[in-house]
Ligand binder design. Structure first.
Ligand code: 5AD
Ligand code: SF4
Length: 513
């Protein structure tokens, strides 16, 4: 059968029973889609050049597929996943689907999953349990699992054996195949599994429906080559691939023209940006320098790896302007020995030296971090080195985690003599220090004036507006709703551990910290 005949068959089948699994076996109309993931393949780093594509289009035969149908995507995990959801929403809308806020009236539900820790995965399996009832009630409902968990063979096998009511599984490298995957799922009686383990190319012109019109995410690179021994990300997201600077700059310019006020440049390891651009010597510092010239009030980036954080980037960030003075710099541990076992490729001293350089160049810089406690065989002394490093750096905030073994990573094979109660107790001690430090830093804001990008009503009280400062502090204050989407000045009246309360200031001359 040639491609045209195959597509004719697909169309005919789709026209007959677009919303239902067909009575007849239509599998002869398409090659069966079953591409399972392999962590072993995902680990390989090929030498082949990344291909850039600018020719994404919704195939003719799928246009209108979503007419009269609604989609719902639940997102777990990091900003990268949030942004992938924006892309998938864009594809759904281009296919004619409408978004819905509730699972009950959705015709397609996707769970965009995170694999970083076991509890992230448990949440998804719990949700699948809830959705089973809905699926039994509405057999026409399509239920899909995508995102990082789909890249793990153990997850795919578990879904195949225990959650066989799922209609489709696809991975992080084949999001652009969503129209084809949906089509196959409508026609197939069996679960459609399409997960590519080899990293994808870079596909530039995917449609996007952004959440909100004040802040936007912009991908600058995909994947990670660092292979920290605990981390699943290099396996679920593939090798490092940078977008071309001109594409990124064009996207940021476009967002500025649309009135967005804040951009966050995204990548799993943004400091490695440009290393794979073989035709140019261009890094994150160069990119930030160019983006700083675009007329948009705030630019952030996440997430950094200290190893590749170079002097040029520090120099560029020190110019300030729209480059905010908040740097998220995950340290993971304060012990050189633990860092070595984690394969972080820096020592405690090298990290502190980097912090010293950043603070010397950007005196009002705020640092936040990620920390893992209870690494296999972490001693009390090594944990205390983490506490002492936290005090020494004086971070504004930290995301803190108990180590969670991830199948397929080197750390998962390590013997671990640290009991769970000890891990929990360490997390609690660290969190106390994190909270105390934040409360102290926040207290210093009382009486000061800050610039707030107003995002909307406060979650707790619709009479109060909420927004964030350049240093990412949450501020609640009373002001007219017309302030939403604007940058305003707010005088801080009192501070909590994780948020500030204040009053809007109208004088033009008020000095902002
Ligand atoms: N266990 C616990 N925390 C982890 N992180 C990454 N992998 C693991 C793991 N296996 C944390 C790191 C990382 C953040 C995004 O999640 O601190 O910076
Ligand atoms: Fe979770 Fe990492 Fe995947 Fe983000 S990239 S969703 S943090 S596993």
């Amino acid at each position: 059968m040639n491609e045209n005949q195959r597509l004719d068959g697909l169309q005919a089948a789709a026209a007959q029973a677009p919303d239902k699994k067909p009575e007849k076996d239509y599998s002869k109309y398409f090659e069966k889609v079953y591409t399972a993931p392999s962590l072993k393949d995902a680990k390989k780093r090929g030498k082949e050049e990344v291909k850039y594509h600018n020719d994404f289009a919704i195939p003719e035969e799928f246009r209108g597929m979503g007419e009269g149908r609604k989609f719902y995507i639940r997102t777990y995990g990091c900003q990268m996943n949030e942004h992938d959801t924006e892309v998938m929403a864009g594809i759904f809308m281009a296919l004619g689907y409408e978004p819905t806020d509730g699972v009950e009236d959705a015709n397609v539900i996707l769970l965009n999953t995170c694999a970083i820790r076991e509890n992230a995965e448990n949440k998804v399996f719990g949700e699948l349990g809830h959705l089973k009832a809905l699926k039994l009630e509405k057999p026409d409902l399509l239920l899909g699992v995508c995102g990082c968990m789909s890249q793990e063979e153990s997850v795919v096998n578990r879904i195949l054996s225990k959650h066989s009511f799922v209609d489709m599984i696809f991975g992080t490298h084949n999001i652009h195949r969503l129209p084809n995957i949906l089509n196959e799922a409508y026609l197939s009686k069996e679960m459609v599994v399409e997960v590519w383990s080899k990293e994808g190319d870079v596909i530039e012109n995917l449609p996007k429906v952004r959440k909100g019109n004040i802040k936007a995410w912009v991908n600058i690179m995909y994947g990670c080559d660092k292979f920290c021994t605990y981390c699943i990300v290099p396996y679920t997201r593939g090798k490092e691939r940078s977008r071309r600077p001109e594409e990124i700059i064009q996207e940021v310019r476009h967002l500025a023209a649309q009135g967005y006020k804040e951009i966050t440049l995204l990548g799993q390891n943004v400091n490695a940006y440009g290393k794979d651009l073989s035709d140019m010597n261009y890094g994150l510092g160069d990119l930030m320098d160019e983006i700083s010239k675009i007329d948009i009030p705030r630019i952030r980036f996440t997430t950094s790896h200290p190893r590749d954080f170079d002097d040029h980037l520090i120099e560029v960030l020190a110019k300030g302007g729209n480059l905010v003075e908040h740097i998220h710099l995950p340290v993971q541990s304060g012990s050189t020995d633990v860092l070595k076992i984690m394969a972080r490729k820096y020592t405690r001293e090298q990290y502190l030296e980097l912090v010293r350089k950043i603070k010397a160049a950007i005196p009002n810089a705020t640092l936040t971090t990620d920390i893992i406690v209870g690494y296999p065989n972490e001693t009390e002394e090594q944990f205390e080195e983490t506490l002492s490093l936290y005090r020494e750096v004086g971070y504004d905030a930290a995301y803190t985690f108990i180590y969670s073994p991830r199948e397929g990573t080197p750390a998962a094979k390590m013997n671990d003599n640290v009991p769970m109660e000890v891990k929990k107790e360490r997390l609690q001690r660290l969190n106390e220090l994190v909270n105390e430090t934040s409360a102290r830093i926040m207290k210093d804001y009382e009486g000061q004036i800050v610039e707030v990008l107003v995002e909307g009503e406060s979650k707790k009280n619709p009479d109060v507006l909420a927004g964030y400062t350049r240093k990412n502090k949450l501020v609640n204050f009373k002001a007219p709703k017309t302030a939403i989407g604007q940058l305003v000045k707010v005088k801080i009246t009192n501070a909590n551990t994780w948020s500030l309360n204040g009053e809007m200031v109208v004088e033009e001359t008020a000095e902002v910290v």
